[in-house]
Design a binder for this molecule. Structure first.
Ligand SMILES: *Cc1c(COP(=O)(O)O)cnc(C)c1O
Length: 380
């Protein structure tokens, strides 16, 4: 099956017992055990729930993995993956990684002596040089948030395989519709399913896909032991969201291109970060490893323009956290999503105060341009 069909019929397709075309919401915490020492395959919903399982099979199918796991947020998913490591281990991370991922490493896992090394993962030699015997994984996002740096997934996975360490990819920005890291050699794929996978800004959730039975066993043990599981109703919402992933992503891609080109022409804009521009340093790798360029665009306003006024004067585009919804969302990384990253690191990597990040939705692109036009005019 091709992915456009798989998003609708993958995982568990409907309900065998009744013929219902949707997987039922098994709103139950526990299951009756038919007799002593026997069970139906389910014992307790932290350990296993049929609605959650349908979602877990679906994301595993979409990512070409061995098994999937659903969590109560992207951060719960990331925390579960980081729980694979032990004191003394280190993880190499991309230098403009999602702020919350940096925070959990820097403020939580550091206390357990699990360390991190920051690298420019677009530079494979730098990554290779930073690996020593304490490094147990390379953790990347591509394109990165918010500067849209592109990392060569296969290049990273080849290095990791040679050193017998794990490759972990946060695939939130691309989704499996546009990019499937396991095909390039990644071991673990993570999603904040809150974003494009859910797609409707109505559920907070996280997903993990692993590529081997060994990792699946470990991840299930961690999921059951630490307990940050996704609720049955939220699992249902996510399955429903994923059914339209292909059509939504096609429109996101198309709108993203239109808006990126529009922004590039604006006098008020100093710089546009969009991996679909042929002069973007990661353009070739992006074109090789992904089926599109997505709809996240970051841009810097020129000094003479006030980003606060620009953001406050948007009407159709929603000023707020998050991304990947059907509605266009815009945020200010330095004070919002990336506030947890120390100011000097922010500046060094390019997350300046006048940088804004736009998640282009699936509205009519002319309406979006009209709204951006009006806000630019009021930003002087
Ligand atoms: C939002 C996000 C996360 C965190 O996910 P939550 O669902 O908000 O916990 C992790 N990685 C990326 C790239 C994100 O955009």
């Amino acid at each position: 099956m091709k992915i456009e069909s798989l998003v609708i019929h993958g995982g568990v397709d409907g309900d065998e017992r009744t013929g219902a075309v949707n997987v039922p919401i098994f709103q139950t915490s526990t299951y009756k055990q038919p007799s002593f020492g026997e069970n139906s395959g389910y014992e307790y919903s932290r350990t296993g729930n049929p609605t959650r399982e349908a979602l877990e099979k679906l994301i595993s199918d979409l990512e070409n993995g061995y098994a999937g796991f659903a969590f109560a947020s992207g951060m719960a998913a990331i925390t579960a993956v980081l729980s694979l490591f032990k004191a003394g281990d280190k993880i190499i991370i991309s230098n403009n990684i999602y702020g919350g991922t940096f925070r959990v490493l820097d403020k939580v896992f550091k206390n357990f002596n699990i360390g991190y090394i920051i690298a420019d993962t677009t530079n494979l030699k730098e990554v290779k040089d930073k690996i020593d015997e304490t490094v147990k994984a390379i953790y990347i996002e591509t394109p990165t948030n918010p500067l849209m740096d592109v990392t060569d997934i296969k290049g990273i996975a080849d290095i990791a395989n040679e050193k017998e360490i794990l490759t972990i990819v946060d695939n939130t920005f691309m989704t499996p519709y546009l990019q499937t890291p396991i095909k390039f050699g990644a071991d673990i794929v993570i999603h904040s399913a809150t974003k494009y996978l859910g797609g409707h800004s109505d559920v907070v959730s996280g997903l993990v896909v692993v590529n081997t039975s060994e990792l699946a066993e470990k991840l299930h043990f961690i999921q059951n032991s630490t307990g940050g599981v996704l609720a049955p109703f939220d699992s249902f919402l996510l399955i429903r969201g994923i059914k339209t992933l292909a059509v939504r992503m096609d429109r996101h891609n198309a709108n993203g291109k239109i808006i990126a080109e529009y922004l590039k022409e604006r006098d008020e804009v100093e710089k546009v970060y969009y991996p679909g521009f042929s002069d973007h340093p990661g353009y070739e790798i992006q074109t090789k490893q992904a089926k599109g360029y997505g709809s996240i665009i970051s841009f810097v306003l020129k000094e003479d323009y006030d980003y606060k006024k620009f953001l406050s004067n948007l009407e159709l585009v929603t000023f707020g956290e998050s991304l990947g919804g059907v509605e266009s969302l815009i945020c200010h990384p330095a004070s919002m999503t990336h506030a947890a990253i120390p100011a000097e690191i922010r500046k060094k990597v390019g997350i300046v105060d006048s940088l804004v990040r736009l998640s282009v939705g699936i509205e009519n692109s002319e309406d979006l341009i009209k709204d951006l036009d009006a806000a630019f005019k009021k930003s002087k």
